[in-house]
Ligand binder design. Structure first.
Ligand SMILES: [Fe+2]
Length: 145
């Protein structure tokens, strides 16, 4: 498998694990501003879940099998899961920031590798993803000020 396809499968795995991790934060966030953070995290995991399917389908278009089991996702993903407990809002925002920065960096690596292969469909997809992460990271940075 090419380096790019490996990175894309790592992205699929990270998006799958983060879907669970962000649900944890969505359910277990606590604090005075509970409701907007609870809703915001839902918006984020809905977006990650769309990206998960989009990237897996892109791999199918490239004639590569996307990873498709929880076992493989946990083997491949670099995401560290969280225990189920209460999470204060600043802690939630820090976790979101770190994870979205990680996804953004991975999307940039995929974009660079795809460009080297003239895989323009993947280049365009990753550029959209990076732009989307930039927007969420701005929201999060503003919330942390
Ligand atoms: Fe919910």
């Amino acid at each position: 498998m090419s380096k790019k396809n490996e990175l894309m499968n790592q992205y699929v795995a990270d998006l799958a694990v983060l879907n669970v991790k962000f649900h944890n934060l969505h359910w277990n966030v606590v604090g005075e501003r509970f409701e907007p953070v609870h809703v915001y995290v839902e918006k984020l995991y809905d977006d990650l879940f769309e990206k998960y399917d989009e990237v897996a389908e892109r791999l199918k278009m490239l004639d590569v099998f996307p990873l498709a089991s929880m076992k493989e996702y946990l083997n491949v993903s670099k995401v560290k899961e969280l225990e189920s407990r209460n999470y204060e809002i600043p802690e939630v925002m820090q976790v979101l920031k770190a994870e979205l920065e990680g996804l953004r960096a991975l999307a940039i690596n995929i974009r660079t590798a795809a460009d080297e292969e003239d895989d323009f469909g993947t280049v365009a997809m990753m550029e959209d993803h990076v732009a989307g992460f930039d927007k969420e990271l701005w929201f999060i940075a503003s919330a942390l000020k």
